[in-house]
Design a protein around this ligand. Structure first.
Ligand SMILES: Cc1ncc(COP(=O)(O)O)c(C=O)c1O
Length: 498
């Protein structure tokens, strides 16, 4: 892998500049047999080109997560800029479940934004950092008594999901003599005359809930939702119906101050829409046996070829999205609801609009780097490339990470024959593939080389990481003027969390 020197001179002014890697790399050392080229940030090029990468892998182990926090600031600025252009009071609460590194919490504190916490550990860490209760929300999917106690004692707003939670919070509030701050989580919104399916929240059509709130001990601060995916029209429906709850609550004498629309701000990992479309077309052809497979054992990533037709739903994140978070947010706020602009409908009610972006704030913030341990032939024209890494270390709950990695040849690597094949990982199952996609390695690949997975900070590093086989978890290194381990490695699990 070589970096285009002209880019180094003129085009890399900011670590946040977006770069199409196919232009930036003079030679691609790894590309999908149907390519999906990463949209990278310029700091990533500097990192990929840094000879210390090999030392860091020796020192900290493989794989290694390399984090740059600065793109988070840019991403935040952009969202705040959109809200300001609508004169909207925006409260951003960083969904820190998307990455466990404390460097992001520290950056959120520097920017005086809020933090959305998904459990007791995350909440305690934020409180230990001195984050004030107003800047915190607890949206844990399942909440224990001890979590309620912590929220009540520290004055943190709880996003309440169901009647059992409401009852438990109320009885704790009575016994502790502390009023609970509560945001009602709504779900099952009507959209195109059907309820949006979800496991979360109260049914948005059942207003009797407001009668069950004990006003003496429960302070209803607002309404909350989070929808799966990034569909803009679904969000519009959800906001419209949440505003009806606000109006009804006000009519009954409550004083809601905010609505919280959760996360889901769309992120594009790829520059090129035609590559993305081509990938799915070619996968369909492979599933219909009209071409050779492009995935391991012709895996369908959610699709199935039957009798000349392709069925099913893609079980992956949409790694290319035509409308990214800033334009998406602008379009959302500009939508007209019965003649009124959505942003005005919110501010006209004197509400703060809150949101909880995770992936959207972490776009461009990380790389995952692993060492190649073997490259062996496997059947016809195919090689298996073994990495010191397992499949939980660059994965979410969906089928695959659909972005081409970058191979950095070790300085002492011999030039070898081009090969193609699959990345396999360290768990002992047949299904242990780091990616289901087949790749070409035009300059070969061998033991000691490094493989870099771009843009992995949002969920891909930590969401499903596991210590099966007693393998250690990947270390998290923060890239900056000096390069150091994130505090989660030293303080996160022990001293900070009591
Ligand atoms: C309640 C809640 N808020 C915010 C988020 C963050 O979503 P995203 O990372 O898509 O922005 C999630 C993600 O699952 C969530 O469940």
């Amino acid at each position: 892998m070589r970096i285009d020197p002209t880019l180094a001179m003129s085009d890399r002014q900011s670590i946040n500049d977006s770069i199409d890697l196919s232009f930036a790399l003079q030679a691609q050392t790894c590309r999908g047999i149907v390519p999906l080229t990463a949209l990278a940030r310029s700091w990533m090029l500097d990192a990929i080109n840094d000879p210390r990468l090999f030392d860091w892998i020796d020192q900290y182990g493989s794989p290694l997560n390399l984090i740059c926090v600065d793109p988070m600031s840019t991403n935040l600025d952009e969202l705040q800029g959109v809200a300001a252009s609508f004169n909207l009071d925006l409260g951003v609460f960083f969904a820190r479940k998307a990455n466990k590194c404390l460097a992001f919490v520290e950056r959120a504190i520097e920017h005086k934004i809020g933090i959305d916490t998904a459990g007791e550990m995350e909440l305690r860490q934020a409180l230990d950092y001195g984050v004030s209760a107003e800047k915190l929300i607890c949206t844990a999917a399942v909440k224990s008594d001890s979590l309620f106690t912590l929220c009540l004692r520290s004055g943190v707003t709880i996003a309440v999901d169901n009647d059992d939670e409401l009852t438990a919070i109320t009885s704790q509030a009575i016994s502790l003599g502390i009023a609970a701050k509560v945001a009602i989580r709504l779900g099952r919104f009507q959209h195109q005359s059907k309820p949006l399916p979800t496991r979360f929240g109260f049914d948005a059509s059942d207003f009797t809930l407001l009668d069950r709130i004990d006003r003496r001990m429960v302070d209803l601060v607002g309404f909350h939702f989070h929808l799966d995916g990034s569909d803009l029209h679904e969000r519009v429906s959800a906001i419209e119906q949440t505003l009806v709850w606000v109006d009804e609550a006000c009519r009954l004498g409550f004083r809601p101050q905010m609505i919280d629309i959760g996360g889901g701000f769309p992120v594009s990992y790829l520059q090129n829409e035609s590559q993305w479309n081509c990938f799915w077309d070619e996968l369909g052809r492979a599933l219909l046996h009209q071409r050779e497979p492009i995935t391991y054992r012709n895996h369908g990533l959610g699709l199935l070829g039957v009798n000349g037709q392709v069925y099913g739903t893609r079980n992956t994140y949409p790694y290319f999205q035509p409308t990214q978070r800033v334009d998406w947010f602008r379009r959302l706020l500009a939508t007209r609801l019965e003649g009124e602009v959505l942003a005005d409908a919110i501010s006209g009610r004197k509400l703060e609009l809150r949101c909880e972006p995770g992936r959207g704030l972490l776009d461009g913030c990380g790389l995952t780097i692993a060492r190649v341990e073997f490259c062996k032939p496997s059947g016809r024209d195919e090689h298996l490339v073994g990495l010191s890494m397992n499949s939980t270390q660059c994965r979410t709950t969906s089928d695959d990470f659909l972005v081409d990695p970058i191979v950095i040849r070790h300085p002492l690597s011999q030039s070898c024959e081009p090969v193609s094949g699959y990345f396999v990982g360290a768990y002992c199952t047949e299904s242990e593939l780091i990616s289901l996609r087949k790749f070409d390695f035009p300059e070969g690949i061998g033991r000691g080389d490094l493989v870099v997975f771009p843009n992995t900070a949002g969920y891909l590093m930590h969401f499903v990481e596991s210590r099966s086989h007693q393998f250690p978890l990947a270390k998290n290194l923060i890239w900056g003027d000096s390069v150091e381990l994130d505090s989660i490695e030293t303080q996160g699990m022990t001293e900070r969390v009591k």
